[in-house]
Write a protein that binds this ligand. Structure first.
Ligand code: OFO
Length: 169
C-alpha cells in the first residue's frame, strides 16, 4: 500500500511526465519552424519517450490500486533563441526532473516502500542516459558554433533517431 503522501507525489510525477512530453512537442515545433528538421524529429521521439514514461507510471498506479487523477497539463513555451538554446533548455528540464525523482525516491525509502522505490530507480537510471545524451548534443553544437555546414551536419545526424520504447525491457 502506497502512503497517501507518496500517492499524491506519484500523481504529480505522472503529470510531469506528460508535461515533459508537451515541452518536447513544443521544442519539435520550434525546430521544424527554424528548418532543423532532424532536431524536430529528435524532439518528436523524445516526446514519444516521455509518453512511454507516463504510461509506465500510469500502469504502476493502476496495479497498486491508486485512484488516478489527471490534473491539467501546464502550457509550454514554443519560442527559443537558437538550436543551442533549445537543447540547453532541454538539459535544464531533465536536471529538474532528476531532482524530483531523487526527492520521490527519498520519500519511498522513508516509507520503506520497496516496490515504488524500485520503480523510481528505473526512472533515475533513465535520467542518467537522457542527461548524457543531451549534454553530448550540446557539446557538438558548441563545437560548430554558428557554422552553417556544421549545424546542417548535426541536424542530419539528429534525423536518424528512431523510437524504441524505453519501457519495453
Ligand atoms: Fe521522463 O524523462 Fe525526461 O523528463
Amino acid at each position: 500500500m502506497i502512503s497517501n503522501e507518496l500517492q499524491k507525489e506519484l500523481i504529480t510525477q505522472l503529470n510531469k511526465e506528460y508535461h515533459s512530453a508537451y515541452i518536447y512537442l513544443g521544442m519539435s515545433a520550434y525546430c521544424s519552424k527554424e528548418g532543423f528538421n532532424g532536431a524536430a524529429n529528435w524532439f518528436l521521439i523524445q516526446y514519444q519517450e516521455e509518453v512511454a514514461h507516463g504510461m509506465k507510471l500510469f500502469k504502476y498506479l493502476e496495479d497498486q490500486d491508486v485512484e488516478i487523477q489527471l490534473p491539467s497539463i501546464e502550457s509550454v513555451e514554443v519560442e527559443y533563441k537558437s538550436l543551442l538554446d533549445v537543447f540547453k533548455k532541454s538539459l535544464a528540464h531533465e536536471q529538474k526532473m532528476t531532482k524530483n525523482l531523487n526527492i520521490l525516491s527519498d520519500l519511498a525509502m522513508k516509507d520503506k516502500d520497496h516496490a515504488t522505490y524500485n520503480l523510481l530507480q528505473w526512472y533515475v537510471t533513465e535520467q542518467v542516459e537522457e542527461e548524457a545524451t543531451v549534454k553530448a548534443i550540446i557539446d557538438h553544437i558548441k563545437l560548430v558554433g554558428d557554422n552553417g555546414y556544421g549545424l546542417y551536419t548535426i541536424d542530419k545526424e539528429l534525423s536518424g533517431r528512431t523510437f524504441t520504447d524505453p519501457t519495453a525491457n
